[in-house]
Ligand binder design. Structure first.
Ligand SMILES: [Zn+2]
Length: 349
């Protein structure tokens, strides 16, 4: 298989063409081969990626050379590794029977280096990386503008493996999508901040404050009880010393008091947990309010702020869109604004 890949590459086939050739001929991909040995199932459809072919084409091990010291630990304590420059690698030649000659390997290396950096120009789109295909859960790729300046989104897995009947296009006009999505986000945010909600939040926080005060009072009263019990114990100890009570009585009562104190301490612990839970919730809510205010004040929102409150957006094949917010209140609100279907289809801006 390795020989075949090198032969094809040197004969002028591209890495994608080679990957497709191997997929068509049902040659198991390396990770499937490894998983079969470990007995786990693969989610890769058994199809070859261009990157796997490229990895095999740049792995010197097939020439019989073993390389060590490609990476090193950042420090003695750390688990992190850093990549070292090629001149620092330790290469030991002729460690095993070569599959690929050194000459062929060098020829391949030259071709790979000459094609590096010539690939697609990267564009920075607002929702890039957040879009997923609802059906295969893979990424939605955003393509470069076509000759009319239209930008389309498409299931990446379909784009790459559609010819093997994997997934479906999920095509949509990205520019129209972005505009409408921003509109939906603004509406959800406005709904969250509108006066009714603010009133509700104010009421809630008032109720919350009195609830908090109540919990604190309960904690204090339990603390007082503990003090009382401790004093009882001291008095009993004096009584025992003075011979007023027997040892048996003392032990029996002391144990009872210790149990009571333990119970109070447990109550205090639970109440304190409740308090810290409440304050986490409040912090999260005020962070959300700040975030929304910032977002609504932006004429053109940034990628960063959108990622602050959106987890992912899934696109159905019929253009239905599911937004997943990172904050529950927004997640609960969004249904008011998203119609069942939006027409992102081939509609120019
Ligand atoms: Zn898909």
């Amino acid at each position: 298989m390795v020989k075949l890949i090198y032969e094809k590459y040197l004969a002028g086939f591209g890495t994608t063409q080679i990957a497709d050739y191997l997929s068509k001929h049902k040659i198991p991909i390396p990770s499937d081969y490894n998983k079969k040995k470990r007995g786990t199932k693969s989610l890769t459809y058994g199809l070859w990626q261009q990157s796997t072919v490229r990895f095999i084409l740049s792995n010197e091990i097939y020439t019989g050379t073993v390389i060590q010291g490609k990476r090193k630990k950042v420090s003695f304590k750390s688990k992190k590794f850093i990549d070292l420059p090629e001149e620092d690698w330790v290469k030991v030649e002729n460690m095993h029977e070569p599959i690929i000659s050194k000459e062929d390997f060098e020829r391949v290396k030259k071709i790979i280096n000459s094609t590096k950096g010539s690939r697609t120009v990267k564009n920075d789109y607002l929702f890039k990386g957040l879009l997923r295909c609802y059906d295969c859960k893979g990424y939605i790729g955003i393509r470069s503008p076509d000759k009319n300046g239209n930008i389309y989104g498409r299931c990446q897995r379909y784009g790459r493996f559609g010819k093997f009947d994997v997934c479906s296009p999920h095509n949509f006009n990205y520019q129209v999508f972005e505009e409408q999505m921003l509109e939906v986000l603004r509406n959800v945010c406005k709904e969250y901040t509108n006066t009714k909600k603010l009133e509700e939040i104010a009421k809630q926080s008032k109720a919350k404050k009195s609830q908090e005060l109540n919990i604190k009072k309960q904690i204090d009263s339990f603390k007082e009880e503990i003090e009382k019990e401790t004093r009882k114990l001291e008095v009993m100890y004096d009584d025992r010393l003075a011979g007023i009570i027997t040892l048996d009585e003392y032990i029996k009562n002391a144990n009872r008091i210790k149990e009571t104190v333990k119970g109070y301490e447990q109550n205090i612990k639970e109440l304190e947990q409740e308090l810290s839970c409440n304050s986490d919730k409040t912090k999260k809510e005020s962070r959300l309010s700040n975030l929304i205010e910032e977002f609504l004040n932006m004429e053109k929102p940034t990628k960063e702020i959108i990622r602050e409150f959106i987890e992912k957006i899934e696109i159905h094949s019929d253009k239905q869109v599911d937004i997943y917010f990172k904050f529950k209140p927004l997640q609960d609100l969004k249904n008011n604004f998203i119609c069942a279907k939006k027409d992102y289809e081939r509609k120019a801006k």
